[in-house]
Design a protein around this ligand. Structure first.
Ligand code: BTN
Length: 255
């Protein structure tokens, strides 16, 4: 999916004091085609985008960034990329906290501390109408300094759990760049099974009762791991194993 040599060296960063959304910017830039990976990063966003059309609160202090990457084509392998990104953000937190914080992962790529959300990831893809080059944009928001208040939803920041750890967004992005290139290299070289093995060791979802939407159907069941494509399997009350390929997952009951 990626050219391995594009993952070898640090990706350049374009920093903005304020922008509408780094992912919206990536989409605009992608129209002209993408030759090499690039990070767009902003201190604040005025129209931060979350998954499923939600808003992402983007005041100064946290990290808001999007990597825009040329890819060979749109493929189901994007599920492996999605898991790899969650692992990369988790690696970043472990590195920045020098091992004091070990986050858990919730499918597909939420990074959590004690069940509260620390970061969000938004994947978008397309093809340049001008150059016909396919692209992938990886939007990442990480609560470094503060955790937005969201009704009925637990959020956390690095500063809240480790008040002595003041991480500027620039420093976080430098570490994230290395972690993300490392995980994408792992995926490219060793494939999905290697990523799934690591993801399963890192998830905090084992034994949890999960609820997800499958079309207009709501599926509830115990987390049963991932299939070989990286999709989530739920063990429902009838004993049927149902595979969830996309969408939001609500944890009805943690382990
Ligand atoms: C989610 O809903 O969990 C995903 C949130 C993704 C937010 C990031 S912040 C940087 C990038 N720019 C955006 O507008 N969104 C993503």
């Amino acid at each position: 999916m990626f050219q391995l040599n594009a993952l070898a060296n640090a990706w350049p960063v374009e920093w903005y004091d304020e922008i509408d959304s780094t992912s919206a910017l990536a989409g605009r830039r992608a129209v002209d085609g993408v030759q090499e990976p690039v990070w767009f990063a902003a201190k604040a966003q005025t129209a931060g985008r979350g998954r499923l059309g939600r808003k992402w609160i983007s005041e100064t202090g946290n990290l808001y960034t999007t990597a825009l990457i040329p890819i060979d084509g749109l493929s189901p392998a994007v599920a492996g990329v999605s898991l790899s990104i969650g692992l990369a953000v988790r690696d970043m937190v472990i590195e920045l906290s020098q091992g004091r914080l070990i986050p858990g992962l919730k499918w597909p790529n939420d990074v959590r501390i004690d069940g509260a959300k620390l970061s969000g990831i938004l994947l978008e893809s397309g093809r340049s109408s001008q150059t016909k080059q396919f692209w992938l944009s990886i939007g990442i928001g990480i609560n470094l300094a503060f955790a937005p208040d969201i009704p009925d939803y637990a959020t956390v920041s690095l500063a809240k759990v480790l008040p002595d750890l003041a991480v500027p967004p620039e420093a976080a992005l430098t570490v994230l760049d290395g972690c993300l290139r490392g995980r994408l290299t792992q995926f490219s070289k060793f494939g999905m099974s290697s990523v799934i093995d690591d993801w399963m060791k890192a998830t905090d979802q084992i034994g949890a009762i999960c609820r997800s939407q499958l079309g207009d159907q709501t599926i509830q069941g115990e987390f049963h791991g991932l299939d070989e494509h990286g999709h989530m399997c739920l063990n429902t009350s009838t004993g049927e194993i149902v595979t969830i390929t996309a969408g939001d997952v609500e944890l009805v009951k943690e382990r």
